[in-house]
Design a protein around this ligand. Structure first.
Ligand SMILES: CCCCCCC/C=C/C(=O)SCCNC(=O)CCNC(=O)[C@H](O)C(C)(C)COP(=O)(O)OP(=O)(O)OC[C@H]1O[C@@H](n2cnc3c(N)ncnc32)[C@H](O)[C@@H]1OP(=O)(O)O
Ligand SMILES: Cc1cc2nc3c(=O)[nH]c(=O)nc-3n(C[C@H](O)[C@H](O)[C@H](O)COP(=O)(O)OP(=O)(O)OC[C@H]3O[C@@H](n4cnc5c(N)ncnc54)[C@H](O)[C@@H]3O)c2cc1C
Length: 613
């Protein structure tokens, strides 16, 4: 499929000092993964391209942009059954639709992709995501089903429960959500009020939302889509509160989709973004479920109501930790999409003159435009690469956990919490910078950037509000600092607290040494973490209780978590760029990009870096 490329864009591309294919293969995990990745959007494009409005064409191109792929000469060996079915319905833009219509259109597309994914037997989770993202570029009504609902079954269910429930989810015999947050509580999970009281006579749990504040509020898909929830509630058995446990709770009739007896459910109304996700509310009026519906991988309730506690009561939090990793990765790719749009636009937009009478220039020629965009290109690479590094740590820790070794759980919680906060805040700032760099056209929905922002900025809130997540990470970092103060052995990831020194060899008149950059970020993190610990201890010395002293030091504790994430990101970026086996021209460019990212960070946080010398 030929396409004419804007001459300014073609010229800009021709000036590249590296082969983009090297980078594309690296970012997507190698040529075979990339080929598969290109195959899917091209297939989608072929299925859709006859029934589209201009806006949709832009939206689809935006969706494709993240694949940075050229479809020339791609051959597709795939049956067209779906193409016929889809073309008859057409592919309508949701930009001018009401919320109801937009939800229905997204639901139509999502149901279509669910069917196609099964027909194409797409097993790979990443491929499924790419495929869906093209068809449903905004919030997908099945998002919770695809991720947290199935993850909760896989991580909290027994083998029997997984055997029983997972096939229902995989074939969409049921559609699920993850219902934890209540109207009165989102962060403070120990404050959740929904109860699951065990009735030993009938071997059932009685689920109840006793107050208005205990109503489940916010879960995606709860408003209209889901007919089952993995619902978190306070388990009460033999008169004792046994803390938050997870339960499989049918919500709607599988045939009529009407709420089941005792269930009041609906949509919470319009939101800042995420318009095609039906976030909902749920009230339970003494709804009964069998004992077998409690997810009992880690904790159990026996027939006589005896509660068997988990080896570690934090294991019930694993689905949130898992999903925080998804959010960490998606933040980098969202910024990558936004900065791709803004950079391409900056190559084709001519506005104003640099030299009077010299004619209007590509806005990419303005130093200010380059600073706006190149720093965001660097940030996108940094976030994507740091997410890969964090995932490697996660995978090794998770495989240990599956064998019962939980020693890395605190480190994993701290890493996911701080990186989720750092990446989503950096992504939100970066996407907004890309939107503004496109002037008025960046404010058009057709640019795609506004929806990227309004949808993804919610990631600063969901899956753990960012400030709270930083404080969670700071718990771990502060404990490590206390251990360092006593000369005790530290986890590998925080050993720098004992070893970091400021012996920078670079001088101002030479090109900065990359090892010095890592050392500077390490020393800054160590200093900020140590300062936060000192403030906490100062609070204690003033006679404050542990919790009052924690609150007294909390601003610095948040900074400590962010400085830790920033160091982790810079180190991952530089070490992966050096070790990726690129040809010289590509490696030179990427190390330049890494320096730009790190030095820009020093400018943005110059107070920290000046203070530590
Ligand atoms: C893009 C695709 C679609 C997107 C759709 C959006 C989907 C969104 C879904 C959701 O938002 S689901 C709901 C998410 N909700 C949360 O994340 C709640 C956040 N709050 C918490 O996690 C906890 O309440 C807390 C803030 C961590 C506090 O925990 P707690 O009240 O128990 O008190 P603490 O004393 O602070 O912690 C106790 C102890 O437990 C450790 N810990 C806490 N969480 C975890 C965890 N996830 N993993 C491991 N360990 C954990 C914590 O570190 C403490 O340990 P110590 O420090 O004392 O050793
Ligand atoms: C788009 C979207 C989708 C969502 N999807 C789901 C879902 O599918 N399932 C689900 O269960 N939930 C979902 N949620 C809910 C989400 O998990 C909660 O909103 C989130 O956990 C934050 O809790 P909260 O809303 O109660 O905010 P709060 O915790 O009330 O935060 C308000 C303010 O209080 C501060 N604060 C709170 N606690 C502390 C503390 N200990 N120390 C310092 N400051 C503190 C916060 O920093 C914040 O500034 C979703 C939310 C959104 C926006």
């Amino acid at each position: 499929m030929g396409k004419s490329v804007n001459p300014d864009l073609a010229k800009a591309r021709s000036q590249a000092t590296f082969d983009p294919a090297n980078l594309t293969n690296y970012l997507y995990g190698g040529p075979e993964k990339l080929r598969r990745k290109r195959y899917l959007p091209a297939f989608v494009f072929k299925e859709l391209c006859t029934e589209m409005s201009l806006t949709d064409l832009c939206l689809i191109f935006l969706g494709l942009l993240t694949h940075v792929s050229d479809y020339l000469g791609l051959t597709l060996s795939i049956e067209n059954m779906a193409a016929k079915e889809y073309k008859e319905e057409g592919f309508k833009s949701t930009d001018d639709m009401s919320r109801e219509e937009a939800y229905e259109e997204s639901m139509r597309r999502a149901v279509y992709t669910n069917k196609r994914v099964l027909q194409l037997n797409l097993q790979d989770q990443e491929e499924q995501y790419y495929f869906r993202e093209i068809f449903v570029p905004g919030a997908n009504p099945f998002a919770l089903h695809y991720v947290m609902f199935k993850d909760a079954i896989n991580t909290q269910g027994t083998e029997d429960q997984i055997q029983k429930w997972l096939p229902l989810a995989e074939t969409y015999a049921v559609t699920g959500t993850y219902a934890q947050t209540e109207l009165g509580h989102g962060t403070f999970l120990r404050g959740l009020e929904t109860t699951a009281e065990y009735d030993v006579q009938r071997e059932e749990f009685i689920l109840n939302t006793p107050t208005i504040t205990s109503s489940k509020f916010w879960p995606g898909a709860l408003g209209k889509t889901a007919n089952v929830a993995i619902l978190n509630a306070k388990l009460i058995t033999k008169g004792r509160n046994c803390g938050m446990q997870s339960f499989w709770v049918p919500l709607r009739h599988l045939e009529t989709h009407q709420p089941l007896p005792g269930i009041t459910v609906g949509d919470i109304g319009p939101k800042f973004g995420y318009h095609t996700s039906d976030n909902g509310f749920l009230q339970l009026n003494r709804v009964r479920i069998p004992r077998e519906n409690m997810l009992m991988r880690y904790s159990k309730v026996l027939q006589d109501g005896t509660f068997v506690p988990p080896e570690n009561d934090r294991l019930v939090y694993v689905p949130m930790t898992q999903f925080r990793f998804v959010v960490i990765g998606r933040s980098g790719w969202t910024l990558a999409k936004a900065v791709t749009v803004a950079t391409r636009y900056s190559a084709v937009r001519r506005q104003s003159e640099i030299t009077p009478g010299g004619g209007e220039v590509q806005i990419l020629d303005f130093q200010t435009q380059q600073h706006k965009l190149f720093t965001q290109i660097a940030s996108a690479y940094a976030m994507i690469i740091a997410a890969k590094a964090a995932k490697d740590l996660y995978d090794s820790a998770f495989s240990k956990m599956e064998k019962g070794n939980l020693e890395d759980l605190p480190m994993l919680h701290a890493l996911t919490s701080s990186m989720k906060a750092f990446n989503t805040w950096e992504m939100a700032t970066g996407v907004e910078q890309c939107r503004m760099a496109c002037g008025g056209h960046g404010y058009l929905l057709a640019s795609g950037i506004p929806q990227m922002y309004t949808d993804m900025v919610s990631a600063c809130t969901y899956e753990g509000e960012n400030t709270v997540m930083c404080l969670q990470a700071a718990r771990f970092l502060n404990k490590c600092q206390e251990a360092a103060n006593k000369g005790e052995r530290l986890p590998q990831l925080t050993r720098f607290l004992q070893t970091s020194r400021l012996n920078i060899s670079s001088s101002l008149d030479q090109d900065v040494d990359l090892n010095d950059i890592i050392a500077a970020y390490e020393f800054r993190a160590a200093t900020v973490i140590s300062e936060a610990n000192a403030r906490l201890n100062a609070g204690l010395a003033m006679g404050k209780s542990q919790s009052e002293a924690w609150n007294y030091a909390s601003q610095l504790l948040v900074k400590a978590a962010l400085a830790f994430s920033h160091w982790f990101t810079v180190r991952a970026l530089i070490e992966n760029m050096r070790g990726a086996g690129f040809d010289n021209s590509t490696e030179t460019l990427l190390l330049q990009l890494a320096k730009l990212y790190a030095l820009d960070g020093m400018l943005r946080y110059s107070g920290d870096f000046r203070k530590v010398g």
